[in-house]
Write a protein that binds this ligand. Sequence first.
Ligand SMILES: C[S@@+](CC[C@H](N)C(=O)[O-])C[C@H]1O[C@@H](n2cnc3c(N)ncnc32)[C@H](O)[C@@H]1O
Length: 269
Amino acid sequence: MSALNFFRRGALALGIVMIASAASAQQTAKDGAFEPYSGQPGKDVVWVPTPEVTVNKMLDMAKVTPQDFVVDLGSGDGRTVIAAAKRGARAMGIEYNPDMVKLAQGKVKEAGVGDRATIVQGDIFESDFSKATVITLFLLPDLNVKLRPTILKMRPGTRVVSNSFRMGEWEPEETVSVDDCQSWCTALLWIVPAQVNGAWKTAGGNLTFKQTFQMVSGTLGSQPITDGKLTGEQITFKVGNATYTGRVSGNSITGTITGGPGGSWTATR
Ligand SMILES: C[S@@+](CC[C@H](N)C(=O)[O-])C[C@H]1O[C@@H](n2cnc3c(N)ncnc32)[C@H](O)[C@@H]1O
């Protein structure tokens, strides 16, 4: 099945689940405790839980370590936040539905990760998650695209992992089909690129980058740049038979050249 059909099927499935479940809404157990159900309406998207195998694959792909601050946007029952905290990371879930927030807070406590995991009530479109080093998502394609400008302003190198849904024309670095998984079994990874678009100066002449997400083209002097790519703050591109690699730090780039003139290079703007 093509990726596009898969996403259409996914979006349709969420919609069908939402309609079916809304018709038979049953939000409380006999003892009056809140019980979520798959397809339960949410502010911008229904609640459907990510299978644990997909949660784990997403965190693997993002290479989550105890140094990370993981934020799950629309955190549902808190499973991704808890899984990240179990890996030693600080983790925060932002969830609109107050009943889900309470439920997830209870699960955080039960899991014994309350020292580094928090669940906050809020709207993901009005919350500040700029300090995250890893963002996890299981929303919908149009919501991912709506979040995209905010995500692209985050620190270069921030990893973004999504269950099943893409980021519009921002191509993922990696797309993985999760083994031993029944539904919602595709995990996708993006890495926020540094912003290099525009004119730079180097000892070898004027450097102009034309950036489209992580892809870079342009010119060095009168020569075209080929195979240009940003992975976070790391940039690589070719000019003729020379390969330039470098690290972007604000308004300067420093790096090395292999082939061609060789040696080191710097660019400023
Ligand atoms: C498909 S579920 C994913 C839950 C969880 N991230 C997971 O992967 O298991 C989406 C969640 O987003 C929540 N949600 C929907 N719109 C939201 C918004 N604008 N702000 C915060 N949460 C929202 C829903 O209530 C639901 O719990």
